[in-house]
Design a protein around this ligand. Structure first.
Ligand SMILES: N[C@@H](CCC(=O)N[C@@H](CS)C(=O)NCC(=O)O)C(=O)O
Length: 211
């Protein structure tokens, strides 16, 4: 049995954020498949025994369960002494970007990708709204990255893993990343880390098709 167990869904960028951190830190970890598409996270059993919030990712370590990718990333950075902030100012900057990610960057983009890229639903006022909000968040990040190679402190941190969580998936969203050249270059820089893998390579065992 591995040291870390990650309850996850293969298609989830929120899970990928944590899987990527575990992998680039060479942790001994294994994915545990959660059948999101069959409603497992919405069931009482999952909410009572795994996560009352009804979400993945959940990281289990030594009998303890942590949820929320931002919390998990922060905990791992502290525990492993890697990819965290080196002083209060850096730690607050990382937190600032991860809060922005959870509210404005991942949230709108992941919902858009779910509706358009995974469910392959039609264009609606909702998808139009989500795309507009995601594009606004992308523009903010692209502008920030015009003057720095990584989001915080000029080096890779958990903030990068958080905001990049959905940007290595290739499902159609109607937002060409080529519109954001600094985001594209940043995505390549992070992909050069030893231990970096594409999402479906890291999370393949947590996908229904292969479980
Ligand atoms: N802010 C959370 C978001 C987690 C989240 O939304 N997870 C999705 C999968 S990507 C989920 O489990 N959804 C289950 C549901 O809404 O029923 C995090 O970063 O961990």
């Amino acid at each position: 049995m591995s040291e870390y167990k990650l309850y996850c869904v293969g298609e989830s960028g929120n899970c990928y954020k944590v899987a990527l951190m575990l992998n680039v830190c060479a942790c001994d970890w294994q994915p545990a498949f959660v059948d999101y598409f069959a409603g497992e996270t919405r069931g009482d059993a999952y909410r009572e025994s795994v996560n009352e919030l009804g979400e993945v990712p959940v990281l289990e370590h030594s009998g303890r369960r942590l949820t929320q990718s931002g919390v998990i990333l922060t905990w791992l950075a502290d525990r492993l002494g890697q990819y965290g902030g080196r002083d209060e100012s850096e730690r607050l900057e990382i937190l600032r970007w991860m809060l922005f990610d959870n509210h404005k960057f991942t949230s709108y983009y992941a919902t858009l990708r779910f509706l358009v890229g995974l469910q392959k639903g039609p264009e609606t006022p909702v998808t139009e709204f989500l795309r507009g909000r995601a594009r606004a968040a992308f523009a903010i990040v692209d502008k920030h990255l015009a003057t720095t190679p990584f989001l915080v402190a000029g080096r890779v941190t958990i903030a990068d893993f958080s905001l990049l969580g959905y940007l290595y998936f290739d499902e159609h969203t109607g937002i060409p990343l080529g519109d954001y050249p600094h985001i594209l270059a940043w995505r390549e820089r992070v992909a050069a880390l030893p231990g970096w893998r594409l999402p479906y390579d890291l999370l393949a065992p947590a996908m229904k098709a292969v479980a």
